[in-house]
Design a protein around this ligand. Structure first.
Ligand code: SAH
Ligand code: SF4
Ligand code: F3S
Length: 434
């Protein structure tokens, strides 16, 4: 039996791609193993969005050196965004790497590893505008919930962001191909779907746009919860808001990146939305449902960000009352527009602003979690609690984690009802209703 080990960094789109690669390898008779020491093949799917993401992946790959020494037949593939970004330089830096494969060439990985690829090429980075992985479904990761990529690449050109250079322009997956994959997973018992794309709500094919796709998926038997990430504020149309609020299978939760609360910074970031437009989306969602879950991404210390700009970000964070936020320190990425500018803040100043924002958001997260107390919610059970295995963990429709003591036999994938009655630290606790 040929054994492969797959390590994934970066966003959920990389998770999906890794699952797609896994399925291809398994179709060729390979089996997955948890540790690189047991593997014949190692595949590392990488991210380049911030400097630190690359450093982490490089450090991990470096650790394979002694494994390769012990087993010279071991083959190592580096794929994903860092493969595309750093290219053949990686062969020099990481001598144990056999193949470097960019995001449009994943179908070659099994042949490369199994030695059946027709040429001796070792590096595949060219952009392929036709490559959309039609019919290439992903390996199911767990038996109740799965990611499904519906859009690849990105047409926006946010001035700080390297993603469009690595993933190329937007490509929308054919609607029928998406629906076929949803049907396939629903037939296997999956009830929750997370649709993926860098600007997922820009999805449009000749016969279907994003709100229509949500509706079509909601009509597939067995599907109970539909989520998606990341929507772009620019593409929140009235039709979309209507589906989000009125289709009972579409969850009341969204991750809507704000990036900055300052209009001057948003403009400089080329975000294609201002603060008012952003807030109007939140108002529309929360005026219908005050519990509508909203999370965001924010960059602290962008080039040229003044104290006043940053205070706008604090004010916007307060006003938006995000349920949670990913808060990043600006990291210049070579090749992007803003990396050409000289940074105006020291690392220390960026870090200090980041600390202030984290502190504010922590207090808001706690407040939003406390707001849930007293409610009775449907929970999709995910797993046993890592702290206490007699307890279990699941999520509400609005994406709140809830810990509860099961009554009778409860399995991951079950839907149960809990009365939310306590909070410990950040964590909401519920009492399961029999
Ligand atoms: N497509 C998504 C975001 C993908 S990248 C969107 O636009 O909504 C995920 C997040 O990383 C971004 O939202 C942004 O907050 C952050 N990010 C991207 N480039 C960055 C950089 N150069 N420095 C710091 N954070 C960055
Ligand atoms: Fe990057 Fe902007 Fe595209 Fe998101 S929308 S991937 S931040 S360029
Ligand atoms: Fe990273 Fe590429 Fe995703 S840069 S965030 S893995 S699209």
């Amino acid at each position: 039996m040929i054994r492969y080990h797959l390590a994934t960094y970066g966003c959920q789109m990389n998770e999906y791609d890794s699952a797609m690669i896994a399925r291809k390898l398994e179709a060729r008779g390979c089996i997955s193993v948890d540790t690189p020491e047991e593997a014949d093949f190692i595949i590392v799917n990488t991210c380049s969005v911030r400097e630190k993401a690359e450093e982490t992946a490089i450090a991990r790959i470096s650790k394979f050196k002694p494994i390769k020494k012990k087993n010279p037949d071991l083959k190592v593939v580096v794929c994903g965004c860092m493969a595309k970004n750093r290219g053949k330089e990686l062969f020099k830096k990481l001598k144990m790497v056999n193949f470097i494969v960019g995001p449009d060439h994943y179908e070659k990985i099994p042949d490369l590893l199994l030695g059946t690829y027709p040429t001796k090429e070792r590096i595949f980075l060219e952009e392929d505008l036709e490559q959309n992985y039609v019919g290439d479904f992903a390996k199911i990761q767990n038996h109740f919930s799965t990611f499904i990529t519906i859009q690849r690449g990105c047409n926006k050109r946010c001035s700080y962001c390297i993603v469009p250079y690595l993933r190329g322009p937007e490509k929308y997956r054919e609607t029928q191909d998406v629906l076929d994959e949803v049907k396939m997973v629903a037939d296997k018992g999956i009830t929750e779907i997370m649709l993926l794309g860098q600007t997922v709500n820009a999805y449009k094919t000749k016969d279907c746009d994003f709100p229509q796709l949500l509706t079509k998926i909601s009509e597939i038997g067995g599907i109970r919860r539909i989520r998606f990430t990341s929507p772009h504020p620019r593409h929140y149309t009235n039709e979309l808001i209507d589906v989000l609020l009125n289709n009972s299978k579409v969850c009341h939760y969204a991750h809507i990146p704000l990036q900055s609360g300052s209009d001057a910074m948003l403009k400089k970031m080329r975000r294609q939305h201002n603060l008012e437009q952003y807030m109007s989306i939140i108002e529309q969602l929360r005026s219908k449902d005050p519990y509508y879950g909203i999370s965001t991404d924010i960059i602290c210390g962008f080039v040229g960000e003044t104290e006043e700009d940053f205070e706008w970000t604090l004010k916007a964070t307060e006003q938006a009352q995000f349920d949670s936020a990913f808060m990043f320190i600006y990291s210049p990425r070579q090749g992007t527009e803003s990396a050409k500018e000289v940074e105006t803040l020291t690392e220390q100043e960026k870090l200090e602003r980041h600390g202030r924002l984290v502190e504010l958001q922590n207090s808001i997260t706690l407040k939003r979690n406390q707001m849930m107390l007293g409610r009775t919610e449907e929970i999709l059970v995910e797993r046993a609690s890592s702290k206490d295995i007699s307890e279990m963990v699941g999520k509400t429709d609005n994406f709140k984690k809830v810990v509860f003591k099961p009554q009778g036999i409860v399995r991951p994938g079950d839907y149960i009802t809990c009365k939310l009655n306590d909070i410990r630290g950040w964590t909401i606790r519920g009492e399961m209703e029999k």
